[in-house]
Ligand binder design. Structure first.
Ligand code: ARG
Length: 586
């Protein structure tokens, strides 16, 4: 189905054209003065310059052409040259009916479906997920869902950090603690010999320990570096322990992401790009882009217009180990080969901006992606504590993601109603959904680049712009429908507009598709948050002003119930693309 903005733009553009003006002047947008009109077109101002005519004269001519169109309640020229438009109620009702039966609920579908590889999450194997990984997971998951809801093909890749020095540190430490392990013996045989099992708690303890140790112990640090290089060149024993570390770590990561309703199509890691590294180096060599500098192989990526220095990107170190940039570049080759994507989006901390700039420029110079493929760093800000600094545990440590989720679930459980409409089990389950809603909405309602302050009390509030309030609004609609014995899926009967607030609500319903469009083009889930909140607040006013349950006029009541059903569906859709699950009652 077409959007109302497109419908109106087409009518007004046609009129501009008929009057001998450029069609493109006819773009219609939502009015920024809803008290005056619902939509506006300001094209006459641009036209005035082009055609050397007063804007009000152009606007007047255009209005004359369309004033007879029966969809308008009024269309008028307002000096100095605005075109103000308000639609007849029947038009709003008809559009709402179309949305109610549309499988996509009026969310515009891409004319040409794009393939987007979305790189988010980026956890490092052997380290527990900590809150530094939260934003990328939340935002990436939401962008994936928004793009899919609009008919695009999105491939999500967790892109594990599974191949760098952190693995070398863990393996080096394991080898010092367990020198007798068969995988550390020179005649280890991967076919015959069994690897000693590692458990997740040990793994979680060992990385911080080894990392600390490497800071004061130069010999250990050197050992970890050697282990890393040997691992990357296929040392059998190290590969075997590495696989065990991966098994344990990935299982733990999957459980944690699952609690956040975050899921990935691909569980590839940096290691999977290893087989493309030779090809990368060959391309860089052939094109004469690579040269030696201080023992490393580097590629220049500086550009004339750079305001800050962009140093050469290092693709090989003197010990022949690959580094972060190498794997990111090789991964681009892999993605191009597997999916030939239209876009590759990296939902990564803004502090990695320089790294990704270097990688993208090198990829362009090397020609490993077509010019038309977008490579974009969707840079994200930090989640801070109330002190304005990156969120920490009470004793100043890095907080584990699982601890954070547990804390919020506990707090949500405490805040939820004690009425016995659910068992303890059901209440727990609902508390988990509320907690995720609170955390995700608290995050996504900010622009992705902005830092924000994590505030459980605020996020869990039943009032204001919170995920909790949105879920709560859905439960209120549920209870109206339940009490009146109305099915969630009953056919929509929009038969009239009985109050101003309904008109406003209808208009917002009809314009929700626009929010999806903007959210995707601006890569901004916050646009969805804003629209969901507007819908919910308008609904709350509508609910407050009208007594749906007690209404005796059946026409009115069924119209209102249709509104309830449609708002509920739309809210759930908005929540769904934010990665939030609604609950039946709370
Ligand atoms: N593992 C990296 C880190 O923790 C993040 C990976 C981001 N994605 C990427 N393709 N570089 O810093």
């Amino acid at each position: 189905m077409t959007s109302i903005i497109d419908d109106l733009t087409s009518i007004v553009s046609g009129a501009f054209e008929e009057c001998g003006y450029d069609r493109d002047l006819g773009a219609v947008s939502v009015s920024d003065r809803l008290d005056l009109c619902q939509f506006q077109c300001n094209g006459a101002f641009a036209g005035a310059k082009q055609y050397k005519k007063a804007p009000f004269m152009i606007a007047d001519e255009v209005v004359q052409k369309i004033s007879k169109n029966e969809i308008f309640k009024f269309v008028e020229m307002v000096k100095p040259g605005f075109i103000n438009i308000t639609l007849k109620d029947e038009v709003l009702l008809k559009k709402a009916k179309e949305i109610a039966i549309d499988v996509n609920l009026g969310i515009p579908q891409a004319e040409k479906s794009e393939t987007i590889v979305l790189d988010y999450g980026g956890p490092n194997v052997a380290k527990p997920l900590h809150i530094g990984h939260l934003r990328s997971a939340i935002i990436g998951e939401s962008l994936k869902r928004i793009a899919r809801a609009m008919g695009n093909k999105v491939i999500s890749d967790v892109h594990l950090g599974d191949w760098g020095l952190q693995i070398g540190l863990v393996i080096a430490e394991l080898s010092e603690r367990n020198p007798d392990w068969v995988c550390f013996s020179p005649d280890f045989d991967p076919v015959k010999d069994k690897v000693n099992p590692i458990d997740v708690d040990e793994l979680n303890e060992i990385y911080p320990f080894a990392s600390q140790k490497s800071k004061s112990n130069e010999a250990f640090k050197e050992k970890a570096r050697t282990v890393t290089a040997k691992l990357q060149s296929g040392h059998k024993g190290y590969i075997a322990v590495w696989k065990e570390i991966m098994r344990v770590s990935v299982k733990d990561l999957k459980e944690n992401y699952k609690r956040l309703y975050v899921d990935f199509d691909l569980w590839y890691g940096e290691s999977d790009a290893n087989e493309y590294v030779d090809e990368l180096i060959e391309i860089l060599n052939k094109k004469g882009l690579m040269y030696e500098s201080e023992g490393a192989m580097v590629v220049d990526v500086e550009e004339e217009t750079d305001k800050a220095p962009v140093p050469p990107v290092i693709v090989k170190k003197s010990d022949n180990s690959n580094i972060y940039a190498t794997t990111d570049l090789a991964t681009i080759i892999q993605r191009e080969r597997d999916f030939s994507p239209d876009r590759i989006w990296y939902v990564v901390d803004k502090r990695q901006g320089l790294h990704l700039t270097q990688v993208f420029r090198c990829a362009r110079k090397a020609g490993i992606v077509p010019e038309s493929t977008e490579l974009a760093h969707l840079a994200i800000g930090t989640m801070n504590g109330k002190d304005g600094k990156p969120y920490k545990t009470r004793d100043g440590g890095v907080m584990r993601l699982s601890d954070l989720i547990n804390t919020v679930v506990e707090a949500a459980y405490e805040k939820m109603s004690d009425e016995n409409f659910y068992t303890k089990e059901e209440k727990r389950e609902a508390a988990q959904k509320v907690a995720v809603a609170a955390v995700k909405f608290g995050d996504l309602s900010n622009h992705i680049q902005k830092d924000y302050i994590f505030d459980i009390d605020k996020f869990l509030s039943f009032e204001g712009k919170t995920g909790t309030y949105l879920i709560y609004t859905v439960t209120r609609i549920n209870s109206i429908l339940r009490n009146l014995g109305v099915n969630n899926d009953e056919p929509a009967i929009f038969n009239g507009v009985y109050s101003d607030i309904e008109r406003e609500l209808l208009l917002n319903i009809i314009l929700s598709g626009e929010a999806f469009k903007h959210a995707l083009s601006e890569r901004a889930p916050s646009v969805i948050c804003d629209n969901a909140y507007r819908l919910a607040s308008l609904f709350s006013t509508f609910y407050h002003d009208n007594h749906i349950m007690g209404e005796t006029d059946k026409n009115k009541q069924s119209n209102w119930l249709s509104l309830c059903i449609l708002v509920r569906k739309l809210l759930i859709k908005h929540l769904d693309v934010l990665g939030i699950k609604a609950v039946e009652r709370m």
